[in-house]
Design a protein around this ligand. Structure first.
Ligand code: LAC
Length: 362
């Protein structure tokens, strides 16, 4: 059991791992590389996953775990597990049903769907597809404030419950895989409807769209323009988390953009500790990056996260099996979380045993 994330780690890990292989077979190489890739030498991409692998549980015994509940609330919305699907662009390149299938599966699983600005399905269509579940809208502050304002107004009108403001992309990461494909994606017939009339200009090299002077007053502007609570995504430091809360954020998402922005950024499991130390238990603190399994989720919660975002795992499930594939993955994730909680002596999420994880010393 020495290798990380190998088949030797057992059937659960293998089943989660198989998602990517199944999906890869379906995807155009440029699309697969766009979704799978990270920035630079992809060290942060790899470290995100190995940082969760390097944590081990200290399970508490003599606990009654006859009934285990993974239910909680995220930003006031009840969820069946502390999980949101992360915002990811271009989902119709993964599966023809794209974001609508993702939203429908999230609603079925009772977890949050986060719609990307770079979605290939309109805000209202996705809201309709996932109407029974909580939904958030991810925004960038675009240089074109008119387009940003319109998106935020449409998100509020379509009853998205929160805005997730991504702040770790003042410029776009060096994605060598995308560069090799000339930043080309097979976009025939696929549009980015959130951009309205500006849709034609938006491509995989989206650097020209983004505001590079993103400051705390813009966070307040997003909150006022949308009238919605704002979660700031892309925070890796305790002091920055405090600045976000001071500027009116409802919480933060500890994230390095799935290793797609600054290579050599700290893995999110490490950054989560700093952020939780700084902000305490009250604000919503989510974390993403390398989270695939129920054990990964419980490790994040044990370090003080309120919940997690899963990105690529859900996307591979979408590519491999559309709505049913994502629903099956999310159901498996919830079951795996419940199973891991039972073995850790944690019947519910309100009172996890203290000191439930520690860094492995191997
Ligand atoms: C990306 C953008 C769309 O990571 O967030 O590709």
């Amino acid at each position: 059991m020495r290798g990380e994330r190998t088949a030797a780690q057992g059937p659960t890990r293998t089943a989660f791992e198989g998602l990517e292989q199944d999906a890869a077979a379906q995807l155009h190489p440029a699309v697969r590389d766009y979704f799978a890739g990270g920035a630079g030498a992809e060290r942060t991409l790899r470290d995100n996953a190995s940082a969760w692998d390097a944590l081990r549980f200290r399970p508490s015994v003599l606990q009654d775990v006859t009934h285990v509940s993974t239910a909680t609330a995220l930003l006031g919305s009840p969820v069946r597990a502390p999980v949101a699907v992360a915002p990811m662009g271009y989902q119709r390149l993964a599966h023809p049903d794209g974001e609508s299938a993702m939203a429908a599966a999230c609603a079925e699983a009772g977890v949050v769907m986060t719609l990307s600005t770079y979605a290939t399905t309109g805000l209202q269509d996705v809201a309709d597809a996932g109407a029974t579940g909580p939904q958030w809208f991810q925004t960038y502050v675009l240089r074109d404030r008119g387009v940003t304002t319109e998106m935020l107004h449409r998100a509020a009108a379509a009853r998205y419950a929160a805005v997730v403001l991504t702040v770790d992309a003042p410029v776009v990461g060096q994605r060598h895989r995308d560069r090799r494909h000339g930043y080309w994606l097979p976009l025939q017939g696929v549009r980015l409807p959130n951009f309205g009339a500006a849709a034609a200009q938006a491509t995989a090299s989206y650097s020209t769209d983004l505001e590079s002077a993103l400051t705390p007053d813009l966070l307040a502007w997003v909150r006022e323009t949308s009238g919605l609570p704002v979660l700031v995504k892309g925070v890796l430091r305790g002091d920055d988390a405090l600045r976000c809360l001071d500027a009116g954020a409802a919480g933060v998402v500890v994230s390095n953009h799935g290793g797609r922005q600054l290579d050599d950024a700290v893995p999110t499991a490490d950054a989560l500790r700093d952020v939780v130390d700084a902000v305490g238990a009250t604000p919503t603190v989510l974390v993403d990056g390398g989270i695939r399994t129920g054990a990964d989720v419980l490790k994040a919660l044990s370090l003080g996260a309120s919940g997690v975002m899963v990105g690529r795992a859900a996307l591979w499930a979408l590519a491999g099996g559309g709505r049913a594939g994502v629903a099956a993955y999310l159901a498996r994730l919830q079951e795996d979380l419940a199973h891991t909680m039972a073995l850790c002596g944690a019947p519910d999420l309100t009172q996890l045993p203290s000191g439930l994880v520690r860094q492995t010393t191997r």
